[in-house]
Ligand binder design. Structure first.
Ligand SMILES: [Zn+2]
Length: 221
């Protein structure tokens, strides 16, 4: 599936426990995106073709999905989990593992290429190619179920914005996130944010979005 869908779903997963901190949610979101790092070879492939390099690199076809497996999942979970303070690390690491595997599941069911190639997942790569995961019912990358899943994830994100006062934009900027939340609440006619757990560093209310462009509207009951 698209990185946007992977990012939305993993951010939502990071919100499943009500008391996750922003750092934990960012880490879990990264865990759901990181398998596609093995597709970055597409960049030099495009560049070398555009520049007329002969032969152009073939890094995408050689490497894409080589990190969509258990070995890299364990490395990513260990590395990303280490970014979370000690007392909360075990759960964050488990959520990263889960987000990583949610990414694999999404690719398994809905990432058939335009050439009808299923991009099977070598689950033990790059250590071994012995286990290839593939599903005969896999739909295309641009098929309607992917749009439906993305739409449902966006709807859940809006619901979280209204209820808990945050969106996935918090992964990039708290200030931008506050603006998005305020705009959604204005548009959807909702009042002040309810206190929600999730502040950076410790459980408890999220940091008040700051600056709030329309504090008076946020203060409505
Ligand atoms: Zn992927």
């Amino acid at each position: 599936m698209s990185p946007v869908t992977h990012g939305l779903l993993s951010w939502l997963l990071g919100n499943a426990p009500r008391d996750t901190t922003r750092r934990e949610r960012v880490v879990v979101t990264a865990g759901g995106l990181i398998p596609d790092v093995d597709g970055l070879g597409a960049v030099p492939d495009v560049l070398t073709r555009a520049l007329g390099v002969d032969p152009p690199t073939q890094l995408f076809s050689a490497w894409h999905h080589e990190l969509h497996g258990l070995p890299f999942a364990l490395v990513a979970a260990g590395g990303l989990g280490a970014l979370v303070p000690c007392g909360r690390r075990a759960r964050a690491t488990a959520l990263v593992l889960l987000a990583f595997h949610l990414h694999l599941l999404c690719d398994l069911v809905g990432a058939r290429g335009p050439d009808d190639y299923a991009w099977p997942l070598p689950y033990l790569a790059p250590l071994s190619q012995a286990v290839l995961l593939e599903w005969s019912g896999q739909w295309a990358l641009n098929a309607w179920p992917n749009f439906a899943i993305t739409g449902a994830a966006l709807a859940a994100t809006v619901a979280l914005a209204l209820r808990r006062g945050r969106t996935f934009v918090e992964c990039v900027s708290l200030r931008a996130d506050a603006a998005v939340v305020a705009a959604l609440r204005r548009r959807l006619g909702r009042g002040a944010p309810s206190p929600a757990p999730g502040a950076e560093g410790s459980p408890g209310p999220d940091p008040t979005p700051s600056p709030d462009p329309t504090p008076s509207e946020e203060a409505a009951p």
